[in-house]
Design a protein around this ligand. Structure first.
Ligand code: NDP
Length: 444
């Protein structure tokens, strides 16, 4: 049995039932074989065993009181996975599906993603099984304050810098930051995705979606192609989805469908993104409202059907495992040319295999959605330098970073003889730097 296979077997035995974590570890470790084989010293240093074991896992109780006066209790998590190249960095997710396995899969992915940005940030992730849907502003605030009342002692501007993710947007980051500041009596860059009035960065909100489209545009450019006139599917209608849709349309594409967790809308004339913003960012209502407001559009209950709509470009931007093998086959049969992952691990391992056997270009999440965390690192730089860059400056840096990530993973894939396999390219390019730093630090 190879070193990689042995580590994977041990990881599954030591972490039973953590299916999402097993899935992410399998995808990553199997693609690292060529690098591992080229470095026998890694096995002696148990590098992979250390790489797949978080440096620290924090689990805590989050008690809060709802509007009816009832005491509620949720689980809180922060996984500080790897700090070899910089302070832990990664979002907080508030969603009922959150458990340790989900946070560990996200944290493991985050290590390589953050390394790919070429900025000095380690990997972490956190969150809660709290469901913000349907809660009042006061309830959200009560929950966030309780969450931070425990988390504050584990994070810090040079230690661990959380940000948003599913269910954690500007409002939640504001409440979390307010409580941190109150407890610690310091106004520092301990969270990113902050509001512009208290240390946030322009373009952070747009960064993941814009970055996804910038990278896809670069992949297109390398093939003499572009977004002009392309039909695009975007899943989700949250932060990543909205700004992916906006940028794709700015570049001349027509986005025809989006969804939330209840169902999808189809608009053959092209989604009116201002209507989506109004529904999702302002009114916080279900996406089916779109069909009542925009003539010519339709709403279908259930999400999966979106992938049966013919398209040139698919941008999954909602959640893990939203594209399974069957959906991937539909996309390929209908002639999809580019699949770029805005969400984390939106394609199952079987779906990835379908894409890789097809002629479609597949851009994996840890590279394609790295624009968010990259811009978070730019926010950290502005915080520590007491600087405020213009939207144009940040956007230009984001674009450069996404183009560089594309070429770094392209070159890494070529270097090991797997041209065009960006899953391998991204994992290898991200891993090399982390492995190098871990070896330099000794057995820690
Ligand atoms: P949001 O909470 O803003 O939006 C999530 C969207 O996905 C919502 O439309 C939500 O619908 C939908 N969704 C969530 N779960 C499901 C599900 N099980 N089935 C169908 N739809 C679902 O989150 P973000 O946009 O921030 O994050 C989306 C993805 O992008 C996540 O995988 C996240 O980890 C990843 N990501 C986010 C980054 C960021 O900067 N925000 C950075 C890098 C990656 P509903 O409202 O009905 O729940």
């Amino acid at each position: 049995m190879s070193y990689v296979q042995r580590v994977l077997e041990e990881l599954k035995a030591k972490n039973p039932g953590e299916t999402e974590f097993h899935q992410a570890a399998t995808e990553i470790l199997l693609t690292l074989e060529p690098v591992i084989n080229a470095h026998p010293e890694y096995e002696k240093a148990a590098l992979l065993e250390r790489f797949t074991e978080p440096e620290r896992v924090i689990l805590f109780r989050v008690p809060w009181v709802d509007d009816s006066g009832k005491v509620r209790v949720n689980k809180g998590y922060r996984v500080q996975f790897n700090s070899a190249i910089g302070p832990y960095k990664g979002g907080l997710r508030f969603h009922p599906s959150v458990n340790l396995s989900v946070i560990k899969f996200l944290g493991l992915e985050q290590i390589l993603k953050n390394s790919l940005t070429s900025l000095p940030i380690g990997g972490g992730k956190g969150g809660s099984d709290f469901d913000p849907k349907g809660k009042s502003d006061r309830e959200i605030m009560a929950f966030c304050q309780s969450f931070m009342t425990e988390l504050y002692r584990h994070v810090g501007a040079d230690t661990d810098v959380p940000a948003g993710d599913i269910g954690v947007g500007a409002r939640e980051v504001g409440y979390l930051f307010g409580q941190y500041k109150r407890i610690c009596n310091e106004h520092v860059g301990v969270l990113t995705g902050r509001g512009l009035s208290y240390g946030g960065s322009l373009i952070r909100k747009e960064a993941t979606g814009y970055g996804l489209v910038y990278m896809t545009a670069e992949a297109m450019k390398m093939r003499g192609d572009n977004f002009e006139g392309k039909t695009v599917l975007v899943s989700g209608s949250g932060n990543v989805a909205i700004y992916a849709c906006e940028k794709a349309q700015q570049l001349g594409a027509k986005v025809v469908a989006m969804y939330d967790s209840n169902g999808y809308i189809y608009d053959p004339n092209g989604i009116q993104i201002e209507v989506i913003k109004q529904l999702k960012e302002v009114e916080r209502v279900r996406i089916k409202e779109y069909a009542t407001r925009v003539p010519g559009s339709t709403y279908t209950e259930g999400c999966k059907g979106i992938w049966t709509i013919p398209c040139d470009v698919a941008l999954p931007c909602a959640t893990q495992n939203e594209i399974d093998e069957e959906s991937a086959k539909y996309l390929v049969k209908n002639g999809v040319k580019y699949v770029a992952e805005g969400a984390n691990m939106p394609s199952t391992l079987e779906a990835i295999e379908v894409f890789q056997k097809s002629s479609a270009v597949f851009l994996p999440a840890k590279a394609a959605n790295a624009g968010g965390v990259a811009t978070s690192a730019l926010e950290m730089a502005q915080s520590s330098g007491r600087l405020f860059w213009s939207a144009e400056e940040v956007d230009a840096k984001l674009k450069t970073i996404m183009i560089n990530i594309y070429h770094n993973m392209d070159n890494a894939a070529k270097k090991y003889g797997y041209e065009g396999n960006y899953v391998m390219g991204a994992n290898i390019a991200g891993f090399e730097k982390v492995a190098d730093a871990m070896m330099a630090h000794g057995i820690v």
